[in-house]
Design a protein around this ligand. Structure first.
Ligand SMILES: Nc1ncnc2c1ncn2[C@@H]1O[C@H](COP(=O)(O)OP(=O)(O)OP(=O)(O)O)[C@@H](O)[C@H]1O
Ligand SMILES: O=P(O)(O)OC[C@H]1O[C@H](OP(=O)(O)OP(=O)(O)O)[C@H](O)[C@@H]1O
Ligand SMILES: [Mg+2]
Length: 285
């Protein structure tokens, strides 16, 4: 029987959460990461631990079937690779930054300037579209140090919290793109592997949906059920269960975590009491 070969990052920003996602999907990995290729007992899958930056090539060549990698890398490598699913972690952006003394926020600042980056293709395409000609200097890491050591006038690199820029006396000016971890696939998959992938993606969707949703329980006087239920953004319609105390009911529903904070005051104003919010493990709808 076929196994779906999945590449995940060997170590780095994506490693922990990629493994956690597999675990949440009920896929239990047998060995530690010292082995570069490991099998799975309870799902037709084989895991390869690779460098994030090598993964696009492996996908294009069909050496691996699917992979979890940073979306920004697919843009950089420009490969013919299909993104199947956004995974919601390792969120970052690729941005231009300048020494904090530079006043300009404009892309025109970079005209004729030297820019250090690990993402030359992304930068080159962006500058071309903007009609800016710069001298791109490629370095593979610690890009933020470049302006301080006189290597460049600015940089183009990954920014998340912005603390690396801050510590190095730099300031983000222009965002080229936003990125997060994605599940991507090789151009050609056998029907058998497609079927395994479909099961895998089904599980991922259930996990992601559950992460963003919460189970909500609240008590309400019967005459206010309609009003409170009207405030709740529900899946279908809320479950209403009578309480032992006459004239009161318990309403159960599922709510987007973000929406909860939006509607909490409205729920209370409309008579909801004893509100409980509970995490959901998996959600299949
Ligand atoms: N500070 C950050 N915050 C959030 N996501 C990040 C951050 N830095 C990088 N990423 C994302 O995680 C991915 C992996 O980054 P990481 O620095 O671990 O590896 P890498 O340097 O790209 O590659 P390799 O595995 O080849 O050494 C990046 O492609 C990007 O999408
Ligand atoms: O905005 P921040 O939250 O500070 O994150 C941005 C930093 O994170 C990444 O480096 P990483 O720590 O992955 O080191 P690396 O260069 O060795 O990959 C990136 O290259 C930036 O330097
Ligand atoms: Mg990095």
């Amino acid at each position: 029987m076929s196994k779906l070969k999945i590449a995940i990052q060997k170590s780095g920003r994506l490693y922990e959460e990629s493994l956690q996602l597999l675990k949440d999907c009920g896929i239990f990995v047998n060995n530690g990461k010292d082995q570069l290729k490991v099998s799975v007992d309870n799902f037709p899958m084989e895991i390869m631990y690779l460098r994030n930056s090598d993964i696009p090539q492996y996908l294009e060549d069909g050496v691996v079937d699917v992979a979890i990698l940073g979306e920004n890398l697919l843009v950089e490598k420009g490969k013919n690779i299909k993104t199947i699913q956004q995974l919601g972690f390792s969120k970052c952006r690729v941005s231009l930054a300048v020494p904090k003394e530079v006043e300009s926020d404009e892309i025109s600042y970079f005209q004729g300037k030297k820019i250090a980056t690990s993402y030359p293709n992304t930068l080159k395409n962006f500058l071309e579209n903007q009609g800016i000609v710069s001298d791109i200097h490629v370095i593979s890491g610690s890009v933020e140090i470049a302006p301080n050591i006189g290597l460049a006038d600015g940089i183009c690199d990954i920014v998340s919290s912005g603390s690396t820029l801050f510590k190095n006396g730099l300031r983000e000016t222009v965002t080229l793109l936003k990125s997060e971890a994605v599940l991507a696939q090789t151009p050609q998959l056998s029907a058998e592997k497609e079927a395994i992938l479909e099961k895998f993606v089904f599980r991922i969707k259930a996990v992601l949906k559950a992460k963003n949703s919460k189970y909500i329980l609240l008590n309400v006087p019967n005459e206010k059920i309609q009003k409170v239920a009207g405030v709740l953004p529900v899946l279908k319609s809320p479950t209403v269960i009578p309480l032992a105390e006459e004239g009161w009911s318990s309403i159960h529903s599922v709510i987007d975590e973000e929406r909860f904070w939006e509607v909490i005051d409205e729920l209370k104003e409309n008579g909801a009491q004893d509100i409980l919010i509970i995490p959901i493990d998996k959600m299949v709808i």
